[in-house]
Design a binder for this molecule. Structure first.
Ligand SMILES: Nc1ncnc2c1ncn2[C@@H]1O[C@H](COP(=O)(O)OP(=O)(O)O)[C@@H](O)[C@H]1O
Ligand SMILES: [Mg+2]
Length: 503
């Protein structure tokens, strides 16, 4: 039987980086094939090439034994390939049905959309693959796992027999991962071929028939799960054991660094998105916030750093009420901030790295000398950050947009940690960065914690949350609904709290 997918000698270069370097990939029909590798290894690039979103510089591709050349995703879809991206691409204000048929609407005479036919087809597709969903529900009302199901149905609706899922488990709690894996097995039983990207090794070993490992753009191995351990996979992925976020002894003191009382934030519809939240973080303590995205974490963070306006509540930093202060004052008074969206909030993309390193800290040494901006001080500090945080760049004068996401993140983390804040608000601090950088970020947080830094950690990585935190608070529908001890909680139990099952 012909291979479902065969990629040979795929090379893709971006300025300053070879994302894929002579990559080979062979996927059998009807198998679940995992693409494994740390952040930046070239997994998404390879899948985008296969899906016709990007053109390879070199190499050939075959689908079901026939050589293909795709110039757009439409070509890939016509060849029976569908892709669900790392970041969902659904319109929240449309129904499930509208989202699924968008761009593939069946029409009756005169171009009128045949909704009844579309709904029938959607229901058939869902039933055939065990993916249940209400076609009339609005996407914004759906949980993350359900949205993902809509994305998968959307791909199947277009007739895909080969599915590409880019990091589908990254956004799910353990219970939802179980459900996704059930769906994947059912799809496979019905003859689909699934290619999925994942870097959580236990998951890969559980579900995959074959695992291909990429490292720095190259294929390093293609193995069967029965033949390898998680340790072997880690070795293949990064050349060593994987670092862990584990902290050992407690450094928690009695001094409260950040104290929040009765904080309520309302959205434009007057809903309390942060609902009467109170919390304390002591010097030397890491308080982790667990929660499915969209349960008020973003608004809580905005209220603390000063970009959001709470309705009621007080925020005290080292005993001083800062709730009326500007963002700049809060930052210069000792709040460090690693934003979840580095493009929106973290960087001036057009400016050089050294200017970005000074961002938010321009008024203080080493970036300022008296009232003057100290270009030399800024540049030598940036060199220092580059070295300590392994920011990979030709030099510190290139624009931030020239850096990969992981390297941008390292620059931001380096900037914030170098300012030695009393309180660090870390929103997904290691999302999207490579293993080495992740270990460095953990080290820096642990080190600063030992020196008395108080940290509010928001993370979707449950291992990170459990490993680094001294206390875990669960945020659900705007409220803090549970306080848990990381020493005794498992990711699975945490998942139950996060989805409201335990509340
Ligand atoms: N559009 C792009 N422009 C420049 N560099 C890119 C682009 N897309 C990916 N890269 C770089 O290519 C490398 C591989 O990225 P990617 O395929 O996204 O890795 P992975 O999905 O394994 O995390 C990274 O160094 C990344 O920064
Ligand atoms: Mg990726």
């Amino acid at each position: 039987m012909a291979l479902a997918i065969e990629l040979k000698g795929i090379t893709k270069r971006f300025p300053g980086v070879v994302a894929n370097d002579d990559v080979n990939l062979a996927v059998e029909q009807g198998e679940i094939h995992a693409i494994c590798g740390e952040n930046g290894a070239g997994k998404s690039t390879l899948m985008k090439i296969l899906y016709g979103m990007q053109a390879a510089d070199e190499g050939t591709m075959s689908v079901n034994g026939t050589e293909v050349k795709f110039t757009s995703p439409a070509d890939a879809i016509a060849a029976g390939i569908g892709m669900v991206h790392q970041h969902f691409m659904l319109a929240g204000n449309l129904s499930v049905l509208e989202n699924v048929i968008l761009g593939a609407e069946p029409t009756v005479g005169g171009g009128i959309i045949d909704r009844a036919d579309a709904k029938r087809h959607l229901t058939e597709v869902g039933a055939a693959y065990g993916l249940e969903i209400d076609p009339d529900e609005f996407v914004e009302e759906l949980e993350v796992g359900e949205r993902q199901r809509v994305e998968i149905i959307k791909v199947l609706y277009r007739g895909a027999k080969i599915l590409i899922l880019d990091e589908p488990t990254a956004v799910l709690v353990p219970q939802e991962v179980d459900e996704l894996f059930r769906n994947m097995r059912e799809l496979k039983a019905d003859g689909a071929t699934i290619l999925f990207i994942d870097h959580k090794l236990e998951e890969v070993l559980e579900i995959a028939d074959t695992i291909t490992v990429l490292r720095q753009g190259r294929t390093v191995a293609s193995v069967k799960p029965a033949d390898v351990s998680t340790g072997d996979l880690a070795e293949l992925m990064v050349g060593s054991e994987l670092p862990t976020p584990e902290t050992t002894e407690s450094t928690v003191t009695d001094d409260v660094a950040l104290s929040i009382t009765g904080l309520t934030v309302r959205d434009a519809d007057d809903r309390a998105v942060v609902d009467d939240v109170s919390l304390r973080i002591r010097r030397g303590e890491v308080v982790g916030i667990a929660g499915v995205e969209g349960n008020g974490q973003t608004e809580l963070v905005e209220a603390i750093i000063g970009t959001g306006r709470p309705e009621t509540g007080s925020i005290e930093l080292m005993g001083n009420d800062i709730s009326q202060q500007s963002v700049r004052h809060r930052r210069s008074n000792g709040i460090g901030y690693i934003p979840q969206d580095r493009h929106e909030e973290g960087l001036l993309l057009e400016s050089p790295l050294w200017a970005n390193a000074a961002l938010g800290h321009q008024m203080k040494p080493p970036y300022a000398q008296g009232i003057w901006f100290n270009r030399q001080g800024a540049q030598s500090t940036t060199e220092h950050i580059r070295e300590r945080f392994d920011v990979r760049t030709p030099d510190i004068h290139v624009a931030a947009l020239a850096l990969s996401g992981g390297n941008q993140q390292k620059l931001i983390v380096g900037r914030e940690m170098t300012a030695e804040p009393d309180v660090l608000i870390a929103s997904h601090p290691t999302r999207g960065i490579d293993v080495g950088a992740q270990a460095a970020v953990w080290d820096h947080i642990r080190g600063a914690r030992a020196e008395g830094m108080a940290t509010l950690l928001i993370s979707a990585d449950l291992d990170e949350l459990i490993g680094l935190s001294d206390t875990i608070l669960v945020m659900y529908k705007g409220r803090l609904v549970a306080e848990l001890d990381p020493a005794s909680i498992t990711p699975r139990d945490l998942g139950s709290y996060m989805t409201g099952a335990e509340v």
